[in-house]
Design a protein around this ligand. Structure first.
Ligand code: NAD
Ligand code: TYD
Length: 337
């Protein structure tokens, strides 16, 4: 099977490509990525040495870029990881979220229709359901929970979900969706809580904790998310949504304190809260589990592995913080054919 992975130079897409090549899960992987600030060719350095892998620089919201890749590569399936993914950025600059996260998905869906009813998987998020009250028990989001997005980011992801499901119903396009909780692990851009906290701790700066730090997220190691997506691609029922999560709720303060303890140093400071800050996420992943999926990496182990990775890959995150990764990305501009 030849899989087109969009957004593969980012955090979860990069993990997906590494796992798929390592475990011989695909005959060929084609990656298309716009290389925005969040895309990093260093993340793909292992894959680029593999003859089963090809990279195209392109924008999912650009029909010409997308059709060029479809014409050259004729993928059997598309997994769309490409997105603007950071809530804080969506609050500051919402319009690019609409372009990539909504229009971009529309362009991919049209290409899937045009080039032979290609299997399409949309990587979505639990944030489309909005938030839950703090302290609740047994109230996790199911696939039938109403969509109540709070931020421009989550609203754009919810819009894309609806579009993808409409293409399934109206045109019979074989579409599945996964809505996953917060991911963590190697290669995560240091704007998200865990890598931001780690890079602050390692540089001797206090970790900024929004509001009171009581907000709760449901954490999953990125490789477990990738395994769920692979299984949904193989066994998922077209037209269906699969919630994915680790049944692992932690408050932000608990996470930051665990990181400080794992590194053996560090401090945090409370800062102004995020506008519209979602209180709590909790996912019921029973439907994905019914396919035979289960998370393999407990939070404490995953956090240790993540800390060890950031400690041993200083050049990766320092290259982001000093901006030098952008020059490396530029070397690949020529790969756009
Ligand atoms: P990321 O920001 O690390 O990576 C996104 C990638 O998409 C980058 O490589 C970027 O260059 C690329 N990209 C952005 N706009 C593009 C465009 N117009 N055309 C082509 N490529 C483009 O994001 P991530 O954390 O890896 O998230 C991947 C997907 O998973 C997203 O769709 C996100 O909504 C979803 N998700 C993320 C989490 C999480 O905790 N990170 C949880 C659930 C779902
Ligand atoms: P984030 O990693 O941005 O993911 P999301 O908002 O999509 O869940 O944030 C995770 C939680 O951590 C969220 O409640 C906001 C909080 N947070 C901080 O307290 N400080 C920070 O510097 C960041 C980036 C996030």
């Amino acid at each position: 099977m030849k899989i087109l992975v969009t957004g593969g130079a980012g955090f979860i897409g990069g993990n997906f490509i590494a796992c798929a090549l390592r475990e011989n899960r695909a005959d060929e992987i084609v990656c298309m990525d716009k290389l925005t600030y969040a895309g990093n060719m260093h993340t793909l350095s292992g894959a680029l040495k593999d003859p089963r892998f090809r990279f195209y620089r392109g924008d999912i919201a650009c029909k010409k870029d997308v059709e060029e890749v479809f014409r050259k590569e004729s993928p059997d399936a598309v997994i769309n990881f490409a997105a603007e993914s950071h809530v804080d950025r969506s609050i500051a600059h919402p319009s690019v979220f609409l372009k990539t996260n909504v229009s971009g998905v529309g362009v991919l869906l049209d290409a899937c229709r045009k080039y032979g009813n290609v299997r399409f998987h949309q990587v979505s998020t639990d944030e489309v359901y909005g938030d839950l009250p703090l302290g609740g028990k047994g109230d996790a989001f199911t696939e039938d929970s109403p969509l109540r997005p709070s931020s421009p980011y989550s609203a754009s992801k919810a819009s894309a979900d609806l579009l993808a499901l409409a293409y399934s119903r109206t045109y019979g396009l074989p579409v599945t969706l996964s809505r996953c909780s917060n991911n963590y692990g190697p290669f995560q851009f240091p704007e998200k809580l865990i890598p931001l906290a780690l890079t602050h701790i390692l540089r001797g700066e206090p970790v900024p904790v929004y509001g009171t730090g009581e907000n709760v997220r449901d954490w999953l190691f990125a490789e477990d998310h990738c395994a769920a997506i692979r299984l949904i691609l193989q066994k998922g029922e077209p037209g269906r949504v699969y919630n994915v999560g680790g049944r692992c709720e932690r408050s932000n303060l608990e996470v930051v304190r665990a990181l400080i303890s794992a590194v053996g140093k560090g401090e945090y400071t409370f800062v102004a809260d995020r506008p519209g800050h979602d209180l709590r996420y909790a996912i019921d992943p029973s439907f994905a589990e019914s396919l035979g999926w289960a998370p393999k990496v407990p939070f404490e182990e995953g956090l240790q592995r993540t800390v060890a990775w950031y400690l041993s890959h200083e050049e990766w995150w320092k290259g982001i913080l000093d901006g030098s990764y952008r020059a490396y990305n530029k070397e690949f501009y020529g790969s756009k054919r």
